[in-house]
Design a protein around this ligand. Structure first.
Ligand SMILES: *[C@@H]1O[C@H](CO)[C@@H](O)[C@H](O)[C@H]1NC(C)=O
Ligand SMILES: *[C@@H]1O[C@H](CO)[C@@H](O)[C@H](O)[C@H]1NC(C)=O
Ligand SMILES: *[C@@H]1O[C@H](CO)[C@@H](O)[C@H](O)[C@H]1NC(C)=O
Ligand SMILES: *[C@@H]1O[C@H](CO)[C@@H](O)[C@H](O)[C@H]1NC(C)=O
Length: 601
């Protein structure tokens, strides 16, 4: 097997030699139950990054050139806005075997009928690992809708940039474009913020509030009524263009919601049917399995990006379920959790769909290189056939990892009897007093356990959570889940360090008097980390998040009187995942630690 390369100089040559053999064996040969080691996943990522000319800063830099009024090849000649081709924005090099020929013959990014047909196979069609990747990369290259707009994020502003037409520039080419550095991008941000360009639609960055009380009406959405109202306007000739488009959309959505296939797809792969490693990666963005630590980095960055975007646009959303359970322990996601679950009122989702469906939101380049595609399923308008219970996704386009977004609504359906058991007494006695809301996967809530949503920190970032966390977690996972349970998914919770530790590293806290390196307990000694440098690194990453959690929460429902602005968000502690692999490949770092400390402004 691949040796551990932690904290040693990476033996890239060795890895590449052994690599292709092992990967072929493990990923393609049908070893249904095989564990893939984290080392192998990391070395695969390292290998892909080394071979690829892709650099996410190219496209970000051109976007800032565009909004800073500089020359840029992405300015569209057909109107105010930019051109877009997925090949300039996502690393499609895993599909090179198929796509190279096309890039060469048609640098503008066109496809022929043959490739289009190849790319149009449903992601759920069961295939081999490699074939699935070729399909996904070809799908992005040829068929996937381009975003309707790009949203660039600076320190003070969100800037909307229309996408006008599909055209490949060939940005990821060192021989024609200079590689921008992080420093270059920070200068771009400062230039924009010091003199925002008036030609763009801008919305301002805002800090999250202590709490938000959402109107009860926001949980009600009746597509038939909306259609009826819009038809009336159509008859009166008083309908606007936007309204007409909305009417057409609602009529279309209403006609398909009872028969629609799943809108959000993950790749189905023979060798993955049992383990399901690909079930948390969006097709067609999937290009490899993602290791645990890379995933945690993507999530760490993604949560911040979502809540900043939502706050600036007045969408009230909150974290629930697995992510909320993770929060209840130590203020971070549980290390084995594969996604983030977010909910919002149906009326907010409706507005999100109308204003931002198919928007590509950039991460502030000061913090990382990610880009997130917001996609809303047309089936959100009502319950439908039950195949589409996720209403929207916020997808990291370079890994395929995502935030699941579900709307809660009050409907004509009645909750099961058990739903009333843990409600306040008067609502148990008189069911008509309980205001029930649910998502399309039949998770029921009462309005007063959600509202008002309140501020907290998760992964060091400001987020919102529901009002009555204890009731929600008890109903979903049982009372012990967040009070006494200290063993989950082959991890044990070590109270002295506020952390889930894999049993294979150590099954309980070691009894030592020198577990910590320093008085403020932000670093473990190697012994204190059960002689495992990864645990040492992980602890340094979560220590301050966990400390903040304990300091600002009395229990899951009660918090101390803190000042959001004074405490501020914590720094980013997980390195950007593209930087992580790139820095190792270029020899810019000599340790493979994920820990960083990037202060937020
Ligand atoms: C990079 O650009 C050069 C010059 O236009 C071209 O010859 C080459 O094929 C390009 N490389 C890739 C990988 O597209
Ligand atoms: C969002 O955009 C995608 C891609 O264009 C489209 O398939 C989908 O129906 C849209 N959803 C809504 C809610 O308009
Ligand atoms: C949460 O719900 C439980 C059970 O109904 C109730 O006892 C408790 O007071 C509620 N907590 C808050 C903060 O409302
Ligand atoms: C913890 O202590 C170290 C020195 O022992 C210091 O460098 C670091 O800034 C401190 N961290 C915090 C969060 O106080």
């Amino acid at each position: 097997m691949i040796p551990r390369f932690y904290n040693k100089k990476i033996k890239v040559g060795f890895l590449i030699l052994t690599f292709s053999l092992i990967i072929f064996y493990i990923l393609n040969v049908n070893i249904i139950n095989n564990e893939i080691s984290q080392e192998l996943l990391e070395s695969h990522a390292l290998y892909q990054s080394k071979r690829s000319p892709f650099n996410p800063r190219y496209s970000t830099n051109e976007v800032f050139n565009y909004i800073n009024n500089e020359e840029t090849p992405i300015a569209s000649k057909l109107g105010d806005g930019i051109v877009f081709h997925w090949d300039d924005w996502v690393d499609l090099s895993s599909g090179d075997k198929i796509l190279n020929k096309y890039k060469k013959n048609n640098p503008n990014g066109e496809c022929d009928e043959f490739l289009k047909k190849y790319a149009s196979v449903n992601g759920y069609y069961m295939e081999s690992y490699n074939k699935k990747i070729y399909r996904g990369m070809s799908n992005l290259y040829c068929l996937k809708e381009i975003p309707s707009k790009i949203i660039a994020v600076s320190d003070d502003n969100f800037v909307e940039i229309p996408v006008i037409n599909k055209l490949r520039i060939g940005l990821n080419n060192e021989t024609i474009h200079k590689q921008p550095t992080k420093h270059d991008l920070i200068n771009q941000i400062s230039r924009f913020d010091s003199k925002p360009n008036e030609n763009f639609q801008i919305f301002k960055f805002r800090h999250l509030q202590k709490q938000i009380d959402v109107k009860a009406e926001d949980f009600v959405f009746n597509p038939n009524l909306e259609i009826f109202k819009l038809q009336k306007k159509l008859n009166d000739d008083s309908i606007t263009n936007d309204e007409l488009n909305y009417l057409k959309f609602l009529e279309y959505a209403d006609s398909i919601v009872d028969s629609a296939d799943r809108f959000f797809k993950y790749p189905w792969i023979y060798s993955d049917v049992v383990k399901g490693r690909s079930h948390h990666l969006a097709y067609p963005f999937f290009k490899r399995f993602i290791g645990d630590r890379e995933r945690q980095s993507v999530i760490h960055h993604m949560v911040r990006a979502w809540f900043k975007f939502a706050e600036a646009n007045n969408f009230a959303s909150w974290v629930n379920y697995g992510s909320l359970l993770g929060w209840a322990y130590n203020g971070v996601n549980m290390p084995w959790d594969t996604d983030i679950d977010i909910q919002l009122p149906i009326a907010h989702l409706d507005r999100l769909a109308r204003e931002f469906n198919q928007s590509l939101i950039l991460e502030n380049p000061r913090y990382g290189n990610s880009k997130y595609l917001l996609e809303v399923s047309p089936t959100y308008i009502r319950q439908g056939n039950g195949r589409n219970f996720i209403d929207a996704r916020f997808i990291d386009i370079n890994s395929g990892l995502y935030i699941d977004i579900s709307a809660l609504s009050h409907s004509n359906f009645n909750p099961p009897k058990e739903f009333y058991n843990d409600l306040p007494w008067d609502q148990q006695v008189d069911h008509s007093k309980a205001m029930s809301i649910h998502c399309k996967n039949w998770n029921w809530h009462s309005l007063e356990e959600i509202l008002p949503i309140r501020h907290t920190w998760f992964e060091g970032a400001s987020i919102y959570i529901p009002h009555n966390v204890s009731r929600i977690l008890t109903r979903k996972y049982g009372k012990s889940s967040f009070t006494t349970k200290s063993h989950f998914a082959n991890h044990n919770y070590q109270k002295d360090i506020n952390m889930w530790v894999p049993d294979e590293i150590c099954s309980k806290s070691p009894s030592l008097n020198n577990r910590f390196q320093n008085l403020n307990q932000t670093k473990l000694t190697l012994e204190g980390a059960c002689n495992n440098p990864i645990l040492q690194d992980e602890y340094q990453i979560i220590a301050e998040c966990a400390h903040r959690h304990l300091k600002t929460n009395i229990d899951v429902d009660h918090f101390t009187d803190y000042d959001i602005l004074k405490l501020n968000d914590l720094p980013l502690f997980r390195k950007d995942s593209w930087d992580y692999f790139n820095d190792l490949n270029l020899g810019l770092v000599n340790t493979d630690r994920w820990y960083v400390r990037d202060d937020v402004l």
